[in-house]
Design a protein around this ligand. Structure first.
Ligand code: XMP
Length: 506
């Protein structure tokens, strides 16, 4: 895929949002590590470059650096937050630690007309998150905006086409954030808006065909939308030379195996019942990261076993999506959780891995799935983590706890669907806690597990807000769980957003 825009990533958790906004503007972009050389960037022939934010201070010895040559490519550059400080620092401005960190919503005042802030209201709300600030402009730059605590909230050099904002135009709390991107992409960089997610279908089909040649391929289905769409693309590419495998690790939701079976009746599908192996491997394990690693390892083992049954396949199709690619990039951003579906294959695997969706975000994958004619029940399925219910059982995973959680989760999903909420939320599910609470039922004391209900709205899983579900719905969910699921005597609702919480509990 040739990208119009290169986003250089300096490690902020919000970085993927920058890529999302650019794609919403119908411009294709690629995220590369912040220290990518100017030569490599220029080989990609971008029409524009964006420097992301990041947690570092330009003064730290370990702070991510930029190749100064990037500013001399003659390509328009937009620096965001750390990207602005880096731009100022490298080009001879003055960056200093601010007296107080500025965090959250702030009013910004535009101080001068500019191409970057064209049509941004004179006063508008922006989202700030920084410790350092630019105090003196580099030569050739003009100040474009300020806030009460940030003397230079935006700056630009119209001659060299270098622009920067101290705030985060990519987060939705910034009122005219999208305007900054469209100004930069369309007016400053003269890029045409013509990219759509379905554009990748042709290329992805060709990629699979080329990789498989006259051979055969295998796809691992998880029941989720990503692997389903990857399978649909592969089927389109190579027809019945595609086989599919579903590893049932015993940690899937109620009814899931059957649903996958039904939806993929047109594919040579092998369902592997590996529940016992996974459960044995998880015995006594309580640490979340260890759970994830064990599941990743067992997954590979199960996969190797089925491979020996099915026979040799030249290519493995994986439903890796762009956030996985960026998150596993191994640069700046901290590892919050290891995702088991990426990079989890052993070095000695005998097949080539093809990832037809590696350029797409989740909602883009859905649009591709729709275009390929997949049924709604699959296309609109909520994301479900590869390690399954294991990361929703705090503490040790046992078959009994899986059963308890599965029942509670089925109730949550059923009630959400009946109330018409299932498609408006990103995810709604139950979590089983590793502690017990006292209750009373039918005059008798109970000592049972609490279940947490979590419902979040999100665009891409990177940030999320808890959903204000109606009390009546919460009430129905809670009373049904407590009366139908024996071991549970209490239901609580999780009202934590992301950040600071993650969506899954582990
Ligand atoms: P967190 O919990 O990190 O989750 O806020 C963000 C999104 O990713 C999903 N998730 C996973 N998906 N393999 C996956 O395929 C995983 O290991 C994994 N862990 C979390 C999670 O459900 C949410 O949508």
């Amino acid at each position: 895929m040739a990208a119009n825009v290169i986003v250089l990533d300096f490690g902020a958790q919000y970085n993927q949002l920058i890529a999302r906004r650019i794609r919403e503007a119908e411009v294709f972009c690629e995220v590369l590590p912040g220290n990518t050389s100017a030569q490599r960037v220029s080989q990609k022939q971008p029409a524009a470059i964006v420097l992301s934010g990041g947690p570092a201070s330009v003064f730290e010895p370990e702070a991510p650096q930029i190749d100064p040559g990037v500013f001399e490519l003659g390509v328009p550059v937009l620096g965001i937050c750390y990207g602005m400080q880096l731009m100022a620092h490298v080009l001879g401005g003055v960056v200093k630690p601010a007296r107080e960190r500025e965090y959250g919503r702030t009013e910004m005042r535009v101080s001068q007309a500019s191409a970057l802030l064209h049509d941004v209201p004179d006063r508008s709300v922006v989202w700030m998150s920084h410790g350092d600030q630019v105090l003196a402009l580099p030569r050739g730059f003009e100040k474009l905006a300020e806030t009460a605590r940030t003397p230079i909230a935006a700056m630009g050099d119209p001659v060299r086409n270098l622009w920067a904002v101290q705030y985060h135009p990519e987060v939705h709390h910034t009122e005219a954030g999208m305007r900054v991107f469209t100004n930069f992409l369309y007016n400053i960089s003269h890029i045409q808006a013509d990219w759509k997610p379905v554009n990748v279908i042709g290329e992805a089909v060709a990629q699979v065909r080329e990789a498989v040649g006259a051979g055969r391929a295998l796809v691992a289905l998880s029941g989720g939308v990503d692997s389903a769409v990857a399978a649909a693309i592969a089927r389109e590419a190579i027809g019945d030379r595609l086989s599919a495998v579903l590893i049932d690790h015993g940690l899937l939701r109620a009814g899931e195996v059957q649903e996958v079976q039904q939806a993929f009746s047109n594919i040579d599908l092998h369902i592997v019942d590996a529940g016992n192996e996974f459960m044995t491997a998880l015995e006594g394990v309580t640490d979340p990261e260890q759970k994830r690693k064990i599941i990743g390892r067992e997954f590979i083992r199960a996969f190797e076993r089925v491979q020996s049954v099915i026979g040799h396949r030249d290519v493995l199709i994986q439903g890796t999506v762009y956030p996985d690619v960026i998150e596993s990039g191994g640069k700046g951003a901290q590892t919050i959780k290891s995702h088991h579906n990426v990079g989890g294959l052993p070095d000695n695997v005998a097949f080539k891995v093809v990832e037809p969706l590696r350029w797409l975000f989740k909602d883009e994958v859905r649009r591709v799935g729709q275009a390929l004619g997949l049924p709604d029940v699959l296309v609109w399925r909520q994301p479900f983590p590869g390690p399954g219910l294991a990361v929703r059982i705090v503490g040790e995973v046992t078959p009994e706890k899986v059963q308890v959680l599965r029942e509670a989760d089925a109730i949550v999903r059923e009630e959400m669907e009946q109330a018409g909420w299932d498609r408006t939320v990103w995810q709604a599910f139950a979590v089983l806690l590793d502690l017990r609470a006292v209750g009373v039922m039918g005059d008798a004391r109970t000592y049972g597990y609490p279940v947490v209900v979590r419902a979040v709205e999100s665009q891409d899983g990177m940030t999320a807000d808890w959903v204000r579900l109606p009390y009546e719905l919460l009430d129905r969910i809670a009373s049904r769980i407590v009366s139908a699921v024996d071991a549970v005597n209490r239901v609580v609702y999780d009202i934590t957003s992301k950040p600071p919480g993650t969506i899954e509990w582990e």
